[in-house]
Design a binder for this molecule. Sequence first.
Ligand code: GAP
Length: 425
Amino acid sequence: MDSKLEKVVALAKRRGFIYPGSEIYGGLAGFWDYGPLGVELKNNIKRQWWQKMVYEREDVVGLDAAIIMNPEVWKASGHLEAFTDPLVECKVCHKRFRADHEEVLKAHEKEHKNTSWTQPKTFNLMTEVYLGVTEPKEKAYLRGEITQGVFVNFSNVVDSTRVKIPFGIAQIGKAFRNEITPGNFTYRSREFEQMELEYFIKPDEKESKKTFDYWKEERLKWYVGLGMDKKKLRFREHAADERAHYARFAEDIEYQAPFGWSEFEGIHHRGDWDLGRHKLVYKSDDGEKYTPWVIETSGGVDRAALFFLLDAYHEDEGRLVLKLHPRLAPYKVAVFPLLANKPELVEKAKLVFDKLKLSFHATWDDRGNIGKRYFSQDEIGTPWCITVDFDSLKDNTVTVRDRDTAKQERIDIDKLSSHLQTKLG
Ligand code: GAP
């Protein structure tokens, strides 16, 4: 593993962002648990996404469909037939690899003298589950993409709301894939979360191109707006032979990860593939009936969290700082009494903490000295640290220390909430 990735993996475990799944039983490949700080980071990502994609728009509504659906859905969508990865097996050690990951294959070839590969075989990525208590149990699937739940509810949403084409349905939720080679920390997992928009338009080549380009730019702007380094982001168009079975056209947003340029959001032109397969149509106000086309933006919450962490990880002269955008930071503010053994400082600091925690996710720390507390907050990305000192008792002000500049300013306690709210934006 690359050293920056190793450092982030170690930090994630040590400070409670991400733990290996079922660790005390030896783990389970491709499954991860998010700790107290990880769940905050992930929730903040999802909250920001929902804010931008649903609340700030008049043409998008939300949905939360079931993870397990009637298996007929997956037959119709083509996933049972075509949702596959081509795999080859090393004839020496019998390890399996994705046939389309050339660099990984080349690296493996260096490990043995006489490597040769089997012919590629396709493996379906859908995860089977069995329902019911009596035999024969009913076979079903954990969803391989959250998307089909949107399509099968297309008519429900149209009939129960006032949406009119063009409009979108947004959804966030877990998806499952039987990945043969999970790896690069959470990057390729078997259980992960997706945040997706399915945007429905009237079938039209020109309109679909315009909509596709619009969403491409919107999605890139969203990552950059939340602090991701634009220089480490790029679009990559899918070649015809790598497109998913449902896509007429696709582009990925890639991040320059320590393990190479890596896709973490896809913009897909799905045409009428899905609604057509589910035999669903739209009837416009003037009675015209048609199968809408779909432009999809499909991002991974876990991959976004990993790349936000990698991007935010900085070492400045021995100081480890996680420069997460304040809106993504697990804690917005930490409150300290200058000295833990001075009851008057502790009491005043508690008052500040109790007030702030009503509006911000705040944390309290009275261990060790101030330097150690700053160090501890910097490495989990807390943007502001507030210290109540002896001057606070006299003039009702506190120091607010900025994570990125380490600069301090004195702010009146009564103005603290609005001061932080302004900074948070
Ligand atoms: N509905 C379209 C769809 O699912 P995809 O490109 O297969 O498209 C979308 O997946 C996103 O889901 C990816 O860009 C990635 O962020 C995330 N994703 C896919 N497979 C993943 C895996 N094994 N582990 C973590 N995230 C994954």
